[in-house]
Ligand binder design. Sequence first.
Ligand SMILES: *Cc1c(COP(=O)(O)O)cnc(C)c1O
Length: 410
Amino acid sequence: MATINDNYLKLKAGYLFPEIARRVKAFAEVNPDAPIIKLGIGDVTEPLPEACRSAMIQAVEDMGDRSTFKGYGPEQGYLWLREKIAQHDFQARGCDIDASEIFVSDGSKCDCGNILDILGDDNKIAVTDPVYPVYVDTNVMAGRTGEANDKGEYDGLVYLPISADNDFIAQIPSEKVDLIYLCFPNNPTGATATKEYLQAWVNYAQENNSLILFDAAYEAFITDPEIPHSIYEIEGAKNCAIEFRSFSKNAGFTGTRCALTVVPKTLMGKAKDGSDVEIWKLWNRRQSTKFNGVSYIVQRGAEAVYSEAGQAQTKALISFYLENAKIIREQLTAAGLKVYGGVNAPYVWVKTPNGLSSWDFFDKLLQNANVVGTPGSGFGAAGEGYFRISAFNSRENVNEAMSRITANPY
Ligand SMILES: *Cc1c(COP(=O)(O)O)cnc(C)c1O
């Protein structure tokens, strides 16, 4: 019989969202008429911007004509898209990133996991706690951890706790780690990082020859002009950081699928024989071998994000979700809850009242208000006692959910 990758057996009983789905299903079976509102999973709800839709319709037409038909595209993405990304997302902010350093992909989630393909299995890895579960689980699958303890912490990972005590900003470790996952604006806490804080991480990474894996999936939600959007706004980051970006949250591409990873050519890693190797070369090789690019149609849709109309429409989309976040913050505060985040991010991170556990609060909210959120403990042991509410929903649902919660003050 074929053997399996035993690392998968180390994964804790479920990825968070299947357990939420199980509880919601059980509740709905007993209460079939309950008007459940889901503010749980971080998925967008509003339609694709018109500019993206028309670009994709045009691209479908291109595919219907022999003279404009496209077969396989470049594995790295079409240059016209990579150039627009480099120009608008990086060069316009003073980041010296070239189109050749941008790799277009079908998702940041995949890239966050796939990047482990090109990194050694002896790296010491740090993650925040709570954390976006993908960073941890992909390391478990790749055999980069030991077993999990009762709290779900894996042996071999360095956990950097974040809570209200440190304003959800992890302390930079005193020990040396090789890989650090950072996500700003943060999922799940909605916290942001200042330039000074990111500079401290870049300095640490340079001193310790570490690599920062910077997830900027929510950068478009930053409204405060002082907050950096890219790690490359930080001096020295081109020598120590990879950045992940996605069209999922800024332009509603969660179901359309398009993202990008920036791998600067100046980034070096160490081979077993002690020599320095360009990380860009390895990622380029990996993508060319295991990936065949994002569809032409979708890349045309992503390109339209950078058109004048696309910029206005995505801006409106983000303002809409940020207004939801503001309503959630204000209403939950009025209901007597302590809230964090939700200002430069689409997530509001709530302290559970009266010492309730994250799952007890989940059950209570489901029972009393028929509102589904995400238990903080699902993002890590230090998320216990917190709860994530997502601003990705219609205004009607957000208002209705909030009025139900304020009707049962805590
Ligand atoms: C939504 C999200 C992404 C984007 O993932 P895609 O695969 O591009 O849809 C990346 N990182 C975090 C933390 C996210 O929440």
